[in-house]
Design a binder for this molecule. Structure first.
Ligand code: XMP
Length: 430
């Protein structure tokens, strides 16, 4: 490993991630580990320079105090405790919000070097992947989202043609999204890419299905079946690449904190596929994944892609999906994205998209009565997607988007702007 590391031991803090982030922001790599890490496990981590015992409100679990193993104090690492009473620890702090104290500990006491950057990360991961995979083959579901795209770029660099990427187009992708995956990975990066156009199969299964949960189940289930069918055609695959990132692991629960939500990648692939996992991004925060994508020269649109639900446009074409409304969602979404980009809003607004409900309203077109669909524009800002506020989009930008949608998108005679925050609304409509 090239990077020096500060280990944060989780003794019940809810701020472990914030602390690890602050250390990484100083240019020093940091990982969070459970309080009961063993000496052997700690020694197996390369280049540890110091340990922070990070206590907090969950210091007592099920009536028992959370403790570190006493042997840890006998090792040669500098140790400080934060909000954790420890008689064996020379430096005990009530809290660590002040930057100077943190810097002093990291650089002066531990002697860590600020060598955490994406170039070193990539070099390390390439070596680790090669060591793990040997001359085996890795299969990767490449959705075109930032995480799977960066994993693909890393794996291509590490093992080239030993990687097999499968891109399943479920027919609910945004305009030109699948084409861009093929263009970047097959044409530019020369990846071994299997492109499966399963649009007809998905749309067939979704015909006349209007219940949102049922739609989601069909899309998720069918995705697994298509992927499995492709995987079974291939021979000698031992590993599965996954775009798991650090928050996925942290949110799935630690020994002192309750689970926030359980994450399953690639739509929860069945266990009987029996692959060993390769998860090279599992220590990265989202912005670091993006920085890694930039280092690889992936397109801006891929690296800074806004969140896009797994079931794709299926959750924005309300009720039973019909081809005309799906096309209206896809085209209006493309117009919205284009105009937001021109107005610089793509860098400001967290998520923006269009929705087409499954009812028509009366309008006038070419001096005659029209009976057509409506496009709803939604643009929101949020930190964690748990709550959201609406973006006060400039009136001229909204007017331009509206004019273009009405002129360029078939079967639409009305455009609305959704003013609802979350709660009580959700971000998506379903
Ligand atoms: P809601 O509608 O619950 O959405 O307020 C919160 C955020 O989650 C995204 N979302 C999904 N992301 N798979 C995903 O990866 C999904 O199935 C899914 N459904 C919703 C949504 O776009 C919003 O950013």
């Amino acid at each position: 490993m090239k990077q020096d590391m500060i280990v944060v031991l989780d003794l019940g803090s809810t701020e472990n991630t914030v602390l690890a982030r602050r250390i990484r922001d100083l240019g020093v790599y940091s990982e969070i580990h459970p309080h009961d890490i063993t000496v052997e496990e700690l020694k197996a981590l390369d280049n540890v320079k110091g340990i922070i015992l990070n206590g907090g409100e969950n210091r007592v679990v099920d009536g028992r105090a959370v403790e570190v193993r006493p042997e840890l104090y006998d090792l040669d690492y500098p140790v400080i405790s934060v909000d954790y009473p420890s008689s064996k620890c020379e430096t005990q702090l009530k809290e660590l919000p002040d930057e100077e104290t943190l810097k002093k500990f990291v650089f002066d006491t531990c002697g860590a070097k600020a060598n955490w950057n994406m170039k070193n990360f990539i070099e390390d991961q390439v070596e680790l992947i090669r060591r793990q995979v040997g001359d085996g083959k890795v299969l990767l579901a490449l959705s075109g989202g930032v995480d799977s795209s960066v994993v693909a770029a890393l794996l291509i660099k590490a093992i080239g043609q030993q990687l097999v990427c499968v891109h399943v187009n479920h027919g609910l992708m945004r305009k030109n999204e699948s084409e861009s995956v093929v263009q970047v990975f097959r044409d530019q990066l020369h990846a071994n890419l299997i492109y499966v156009d399963a649009s007809e199969r998905f749309l067939g299964k979704l015909e006349n299905v209007s219940d949102p949960e049922q739609k989601r189940k069909i899309i998720g289930g069918e995705f697994i079946r298509v992927f499995e069918e492709e995987a079974r055609k291939l021979e000698g695959i031992e590993f599965l690449g996954q775009g798991t990132i650090y928050p996925d692991i942290i949110e799935s629960g630690t020994k002192t904190a309750k689970m926030v939500k359980s994450h399953h990648n690639v739509g929860g692939l069945p266990k009987d596929l029996k692959f060993k996992l390769v998860e090279p991004l599992k220590q990265l925060f989202k912005d670091e994944v993006r920085a890694c994508g930039v280092e690889f020269g992936l397109p801006h649109s891929m690296v800074y892609r806004q969140p896009f639900p797994g079931p794709g446009l299926g959750v924005r074409c309300l009720g039973a999906i019909t081809r005309d409304r799906l096309e209206a969602v896809r085209e209006s979404d493309a117009i919205l994205r284009e105009e937001f980009e021109k107005a610089g809003l793509d860098k400001k607004v967290w998520q923006y998209f269009t929705v087409v409900p499954n009812f028509k309203s009366v309008g006038v077109k070419n001096n005659a009565r029209s009976f057509d669909y409506m496009v709803i524009i939604r643009a929101i800002n949020t930190i964690d997607a748990m709550s959201a506020t609406i973006e006060r989009v400039d009136w001229d930008v909204l007017q331009k988007v509206t004019d273009r949608i009405l002129a360029e998108v078939d079967n639409v005679n009305r455009v609305c702007y959704d003013m609802s925050p979350k709660p009580p609304a959700t971000i998506e409509f379903e």
